[in-house]
Design a protein around this ligand. Structure first.
Ligand code: NAP
Length: 347
């Protein structure tokens, strides 16, 4: 086992940032290729799957599999082949020099020839008044984590996609009533999830409606909300445009956000890595995980605004490890062929 000092002085072949399904899949492939990857677990070890109860659509589990179980199995599998897991979050990445250098939030530094970014995405917030104060006090982004606190409550779920349907269906096990608040009159969710929510007797919908303000305090929790509605949808935009909207105060004991995710790429802001307008990592065209910086590869939700499935994240994780392995091999061959003076200047 490496000590912290060993890790900061050693130049690693591969560091994988993130330990969700993409990072784990990359770790299994990189470890099996004898690259001895270091996996930085990040602020949410195991990623989004650890917040899910049952995963029904991951190939190979006809009865479904628990999110936690899938992640723990993946970690055990990666460790079996020699991957090393380290607690740490990257604050800063120097990618304009080789080897790359990562600065962690505890001040530790890691040096690596290749880097796999598998930092995933975190829950988006809607921008309602008081959300900063009440997040964790009756306002939540994770029904599977906090749903059981709302036995007998009336709760709101914000959003119209699969996440919102999933949150609502889970909350319906505990809450007296669940109201899905969606800013348009048409769901984005898949037909099967939308149908389950629509047919559930405890779940109701508010269409063309948005959450403007959350009522309550850290002492008493969430007590209610102000909703706004406009028949053409997106009422907050209408409000900003000075148009008339309907306002309604509702009494609720909990509010859950299910409005999608934002990719965790802030630590790459000052690097030459290309990102799209929403912050997703851009990879080269074609079936590759290569980014704008040679030797840096992207995997999972951080580079995938479209599919965002556990199985696709595992797939791109394996691709990133294979791409990194090929790149390291090519670079080693170049180094073997280089004159001694150039070698000394290199890593
Ligand atoms: P999503 O599909 O992007 O849906 C986000 C929803 O939130 C949309 O309905 C959007 O409204 C709404 N929204 C976004 N920002 C908002 C804001 N500021 N205020 C109010 N509403 C806002 O995200 P997702 O539901 O997390 O799903 C992401 C992916 O994961 C999808 O591919 C989904 O199929 C998959 N997923 C699958 C499952 C499952 O199969 N069990 C579960 C969860 C997620 P608009 O519709 O107006 O844009």
């Amino acid at each position: 086992m490496n000590t912290d000092t060993d890790r900061s002085t050693t130049v690693h072949d591969v560091v994988i940032v993130g330990s969700g399904v993409a990072g784990l899949s990359a770790a299994v492939y990189a470890a099996r290729a004898d690259l001895e990857p270091i996996v930085l677990e990040g602020p949410e070890p195991g990623g989004q799957l650890t917040l899910t109860t049952e995963v029904e659509n991951y190939l190979g589990f006809p009865e479904g599999v628990g999110g936690m179980e899938l992640i723990q199995n993946g970690k055990d599998q990666a460790e079996r082949f020699g991957a090393e897991f380290v607690h740490g979050t990257v604050e800063d990445a120097a990618l304009d020099e080789r080897p790359f250098e990562l600065v962690l939030s505890n001040g530790d530094r890691l040096r690596t020839r290749a880097l796999i970014v598998a930092t995933g995405a975190s829950a988006r917030w809607v921008g309602a008044e008081n959300e900063d104060e009440l997040m964790g006090y009756g306002l939540s982004t994770c029904a599977t984590c906090d749903g059981a606190f709302h036995r007998g409550d009336d709760v709101l779920v914000i959003g119209g996609g699969d996440s919102a349907m999933e949150e609502a269906l889970f909350l319906a096990k505990f809450a007296d009533s669940v109201t899905i608040v969606h800013r348009r009159d048409e769901l984005r969710a898949s037909d099967i999830m939308a149908q389950r929510a629509r047919e559930h007797e405890t779940i109701d919908f508010r269409w063309n409606t948005e959450l403007l303000e959350i009522h309550g305090s850290q002492e008493e929790g969430v007590t209610g909300a102000t909703l706004v509605r406009h028949p053409e949808g997106h009422p907050k935009d209408k409000l900003d445009d000075g148009l008339e909207v309907e306002r309604e105060e509702v009494d609720v004991g909990g509010i859950f956000y299910g409005v999608g995710h934002v990719p965790n790429t802030d630590f790459l802001a000052d690097t030459a890595i290309d990102r799209d307008d929403d912050g997703y990592l851009l990879t080269s065209e074609g079936m590759t995980t290569e980014t704008a910086v040679e030797g840096v590869f992207g995997a999972g939700d951080v580079m995938d605004p479209k599919y965002r499935q556990a199985i696709t994240a595992a797939g791109t994780g394996s691709m990133a490890a294979l791409d990194a392995e090929t790149w390291l091999d090519e670079r080693a061959a170049e180094r073997d062929a280089a004159p001694v003076a150039e070698l000394e200047a290199d890593d």
